[in-house]
Design a protein around this ligand. Structure first.
Ligand SMILES: [Fe+2]
Length: 277
């Protein structure tokens, strides 16, 4: 008889820790359904004390959809679906310390990201998450209505600049391929929950469709500040063996770069999502 599954929210806005699940073993349909529902209910779910091989992480991730083979980063040798998230003791920069949603510059951005941490500083290196359903719902009816009619252009040009000098291994030739750009609704509807969420992100959203960068900047600046209000967030403290699975369709996240002299290392898998609508 396996342990019962327990789901404990870590903030009122989003995020829940799940216990009673061993991700190294195939989950039965009932347990899998409970995990899937927890993701939809809490937007990001956390598992602690997992002991996972790369195969087992890929196997679990694949149950949520097709996995991305990154065009940007080198994969873990032998595992094209896994990219290594690494900060060496002597490096100072990371790429994730801006509020963002993974891959929003692609036509079909990430459904979710699964990060499994194998080496972690004792203190520091937390990740924050912000619930973008709440961000949308907290806007005035007038602003909501206006945003519902807008699309925005997302680009990875700034990410390419930020990659320079970071420990992430950029694929040979990735700099030469030009920028990825995609246009998405500013308010998207989650394909599984039917809820509306705000979908603009400081590093990637460059302007509203049919508007200039300058014209777009004031309203985008307001939305960036609004979308990360503390009331919408949770904060996760990692340990070795922690795995976080976040839903990029309705969340933004921020990796804190508040530690140095210590190595942080993990494996990330990305599930391909749908076209935002
Ligand atoms: Fe990220």
């Amino acid at each position: 008889m396996s342990d019962p599954i327990e789901i404990n929210p870590i903030s009122d806005a989003c995020g829940a820790e799940i216990s009673g699940v061993d991700l190294s073993k195939p989950l039965g349909n009932e347990k899998f359904a409970a995990v899937h529902q927890a993701l939809l209910d809490h937007q990001v779910i956390f598992f602690r004390d997992q002991d996972l091989t790369p195969e087992q992480q890929v196997e679990f991730s694949r149950r949520f959809g097709e996995l991305r083979i990154s065009e940007q980063y080198e994969s873990l040798e032998g595992y094209p679906e896994i990219i290594e998230i690494v900060k060496e003791p002597d490096s100072t920069g990371i790429v994730g310390n801006l509020w963002h949603s993974d891959e929003s510059f692609l036509p079909q951005p990430a459904l979710g990201s699964l990060l499994y941490i194998l080496e972690s500083p004792e203190v520091g290196g937390d990740t924050m998450f912000a619930n973008q359903y709440l961000a949308y719902e907290a806007l005035s009816p007038g602003m909501q209505e206006m945003l519902l009619g807008l699309n925005a252009v997302h680009s990875d040009a700034s990410l390419q600049k930020r990659n320079a000098g970071r420990a992430l291994r950029v694929k040979a030739g990735a700099e030469d391929r030009g920028v990825f750009e995609a246009t998405h609704p500013v308010v998207r509807t989650h394909p599984e929950t039917g809820r509306k969420s705000l979908f603009v992100h400081r590093p990637y959203t460059i302007r509203f469709e049919n508007m200039t960068v300058e014209e777009s900047a004031p309203l985008l600046s307001f939305l960036y500040a609004h979308s990360a209000r503390p009331e919408f967030t949770c904060r996760f403290r990692w340990q070795e063996g922690s795995l976080a699975f976040w839903d990029n369709r309705c969340l933004q996240h921020y990796a804190l770069n508040d530690y140095s002299g210590v190595r942080r290392y993990g494996h990330r898998v990305t599930v391909v999502g749908d076209t935002p609508r």
